[in-house]
Design a protein around this ligand. Structure first.
Ligand code: C5P
Length: 389
């Protein structure tokens, strides 16, 4: 069954200005909510933020929505016009507080052990649902005009959202047809798992819209067929992940910790970084015991050992990334490290330098985008998603 292919529009102003702008939790308010209401209702981390950072988040939200209205309107669907979606969910990003590569497996994947933490740089996904009609595709999607990197985002079966919706339909036999509109804020090829998060969010949404025919454990198992990082997003937001990354163990939430994501203009290909590691099948990589690393982080986030075994190969593929890391390190954060297979570098804590000039310096020197984020958690109620009470 063919997917609906939608016309791509030329790049947005936001996209063109991104390297020069400091983007703080850029987000578009869906579903006709006023911006302030949306921010207050949908973003508990924002509600708890200090007044100064709250106002800058809201300013960024306002600026972004004003831009969206200047194009075709953030609430407009190419397929459903102004009809309100049945469900709107936020898909968070992730960082890896440590990432140990243990060995290369016989199947070519790398056995890893990593502490994943969900963070509040979110994509927004709207969903509409229709009943059975075998003459029409079981799923379809569109990308909002104001999405970051919209031109390069496919809407066919190569998009993980489409693959997740199709997989859910195949596994459950549901005949409901789901249409997704993706508002993309989080960059791709960034080591932030944003595409994986969108896929997990789509599976959760399809299950919820169908009345929960699948258990969460089934969704975790099915999602591992699509990619190694997707299962994590079904966790509570802080998880120790092993295997390819798809075996998740919830661990207690970490304390609220200041965190900045610094994404250079260029991305990194995950397979290229793993390949650069240069391990042969069956070969192990020595390093500290990951259970000991986990225990250290649980005692104190800032006292943890920030170690990512993918940093050396990523810096070999993109030498200028190490220069960005060193410039950030010189600013006096508690920790500075690459997330996943890059190219995002995250900074924990606050810089020792005064003021916000450091952000402009980094943006200008490295053409990077900077996102200030919070650690975020998911409700223990498995029927709810991130950022829902
Ligand atoms: O599973 P996923 O599709 O996200 O992985 C993308 C690529 O990253 C794999 O094809 C593989 O080259 C590499 N990878 C790996 N070991 C992992 C995860 C990913 O070698 N644990």
């Amino acid at each position: 069954m063919g997917a609906i292919h939608l016309r791509q529009r030329p790049g947005s102003r936001l996209q063109h200005h991104a390297p020069l702008a400091l983007i703080l939790l850029s987000c578009v308010a869906p579903g006709g909510h006023s911006l302030q209401t949306f921010a207050a209702q949908q973003r508990p981390w924002l509600r708890n933020a200090p007044a100064s950072s709250r106002s800058s988040h809201l300013a960024a939200l306002a600026a972004n929505t004003a831009f969206a209205e200047g194009t075709s309107g953030a609430e407009y669907s190419e397929r459903y016009g102004n009809k309100a979606p049945a469900l709107t969910l936020q898909a968070p990003s992730k960082i890896n507080l440590f990432l140990r590569i243990l060995r290369k497996r016989e199947d070519g994947y790398h056995e890893l052990a990593s502490l994943f933490q969900a963070v509040s740089l979110t994509d927004t996904l709207d969903f509409w649902v229709e009943g059975a009609d075998s003459s029409k595709p079981i799923c379809s999607m569109e990308v909002s005009p104001d999405s970051v990197g919209r031109v390069g985002i496919p809407t066919d079966e190569t998009n993980l959202v489409m693959r997740a919706l199709k997989l859910f339909a195949d596994k459950t036999g549901t005949k409901q047809r789901v249409h997704c509109r993706l508002h993309k804020n989080a960059p791709a090829q960034a080591g932030l798992g944003a595409g994986s998060s969108d896929a997990a969010t789509a599976m959760h949404a399809a299950n919820r819209l169908a009345g929960f025919p699948a258990t969460q454990q089934q969704l975790i198992e099915w999602s591992a067929e699509l990619g190694s990082d997707i299962s994590f997003f079904f966790s509570r937001g802080t998880a120790y992940c092993t295997g390819r990354g798809e075996i998740i163990e919830n661990v207690p939430p970490l304390p609220d910790t200041p965190c900045f994501l610094v994404k250079p203009a260029d991305g990194l290909s995950t397979p290229a970084v793993f390949k650069q590691l240069g391990l042969n099948k069956g070969q192990a990589l020595d390093g500290p015991d990951p259970r000991k690393l986990l225990a250290d982080f649980q005692a104190s986030v800032t006292g943890g050992t920030f170690l990512n075994d993918l940093e050396p190969p990523a810096f070999a593929v993109m030498p200028k990334l190490d220069k960005l890391r060193m410039d950030l390190k010189a600013l006096g954060f508690d920790a500075v490290m690459m997330s996943g297979s890059g190219s995002t570098i995250f900074c924990i804590g606050r810089p020792t330098v005064a003021g916000a000039a450091w952000k402009e310096d980094i943006v200008q020197k490295h053409g990077a985008s900077i996102f200030e984020v919070r650690f975020c958690q998911r409700s223990p109620n498995e029927q709810l998603w991130y950022n829902e009470a």
